[in-house]
Design a protein around this ligand. Structure first.
Ligand SMILES: [Mg+2]
Length: 144
């Protein structure tokens, strides 16, 4: 059990995680940040317990099945735009992202930390203004 907790909050990330929590508390208040963190952590934990009981442990099934299912749910979400089903389809996507991460050995805290790092990277890049709904790639150095 101790090993699993260590995996979710790696020691080398703790200072940066604290920094992240402080940034979040500046925008929605310390109590709000703590409540949100507890709710998200509890929800992801419940999802993970259910997933293991229903679909097998991480040792039995890796992240591929969840990621392939995520492709399907993302398509369903696109089809649900403008309908009352969009929220449920987005929830399916969130559950599968958490599940794939867990099956790849990443807890929700590590995933959130990775999101922050990737967001900082994306924010430092240059992006063209989208003209369609197709994916937009950042402008690569040296390209015109
Ligand atoms: Mg669905």
């Amino acid at each position: 059990m101790g090993e699993l907790i260590e995996l979710r909050v790696p020691k080398h990330n703790r200072i940066e995680l604290f920094d992240f929590a402080m940034t979040l508390s500046e925008t929605c208040g310390f109590a709000g940040a703590m409540a949100f963190g507890q709710m998200a952590g509890s929800m992801s934990e419940t999802c993970w317990e259910w997933s293991q009981e229903t679909f097998g442990t991480a040792e039995q099934r890796g992240p591929k099945g969840a990621l392939l299912h995520l492709e399907k749910e993302a398509r369903e979400a696109v089809e649900a735009i403008g309908t009352d089903n969009l929220t449920e389809e987005l929830a399916d996507c969130q559950i599968l992202i958490w599940d794939a991460a867990r099956r790849a050995g990443l807890g929700p805290v590590e995933l959130l930390h990775a999101v922050r790092q990737k967001l900082e990277k994306n924010m430092a890049r240059q992006w063209p203004m989208p003209t369609t709904d197709l994916p937009v790639e950042h402008i690569r150095e040296g390209s015109k």
